[in-house]
Design a protein around this ligand. Structure first.
Ligand SMILES: [Zn+2]
Length: 216
């Protein structure tokens, strides 16, 4: 079933998401199994699309941060990446530091982007981790509802960057742990796509998502 656009949109981060339907009657393996097949077969952004589009906006920062945190634990602390996790996972703490202004929110991305550019001659794991952090910052920024959002598909790219990380780590147990974090059922609650940000132009083109709407 296709949802109509929500009648109004608040920029309040903790606003209740009123237009999503319960997925209690949906077997989530119908979503996760095909997503795994795509992720495993090298179509990571498609896998990311299948999952991300079913995660409520208010859950997206935490979903994204948990993926980043799993990878971040493998390396020595990098303040710019740590800041992305704080931005996504602990909004109250982040707001307390300097207020949730658009400019400040954008700095979280800008700062990690600088680290990415410096990492280009570094090792593979660190490069993928930086790209992952960039996309987590983008998803969080969009979910907060700040103006001039990042690309809608930043959330899809999280799955691709995470695949880069697990490929660099080359540990089957870590791969399993990462996939379980990406495809965490707790976050998969939407039957059909919702808006990632009130200003996102892509969100208005619902036909782009027709391939992932569930049949009943
Ligand atoms: Zn969007």
């Amino acid at each position: 079933m296709r949802h109509a656009l929500p009648p109004c949109y608040s920029l309040e981060y903790n606003e209740p998401v009123t237009w999503w339907q319960s997925m209690e009657h949906v077997d989530k393996s119908r979503i996760i199994a095909p997503a795994w097949a795509l992720w495993d077969a090298g179509m990571e952004t498609e896998a990311g699309k299948v999952l991300y589009e079913r995660i409520a906006r208010k859950s997206r920062p935490v979903w994204a941060a948990n993926i980043l945190l799993l990878a971040y634990e493998l390396i020595s602390p990098v303040p710019e990446i740590g800041a992305v996790i704080t931005f996504a996972r602990f909004p109250q703490e982040w707001e307390r530091i300097d207020g949730p202004t658009t400019k400040k929110a954008h700095f979280v991305f800008d700062n990690v982007r600088r680290v990415t550019l410096l990492s280009e001659r570094g090792d593979q794991l660190f490069q993928h981790l930086c790209l992952l952090a960039e996309n987590v910052a983008k998803v969080t920024y969009n979910a907060y509802g700040f103006a001039a959002p990042f690309d809608h598909d930043a959330g899809w790219w999280i799955a691709a960057c995470a695949k880069g990380v697990v490929t660099a780590v080359a540990d089957p147990d870590f791969t399993t742990q990462m996939w379980q974090t990406i495809a965490n059922e707790e976050h998969i609650t939407l039957e059909s796509p919702t808006r990632c940000n009130p200003y996102c132009p892509t969100c208005h083109h619902w036909t782009l998502f027709s391939d992932i709407v569930l049949d009943h």
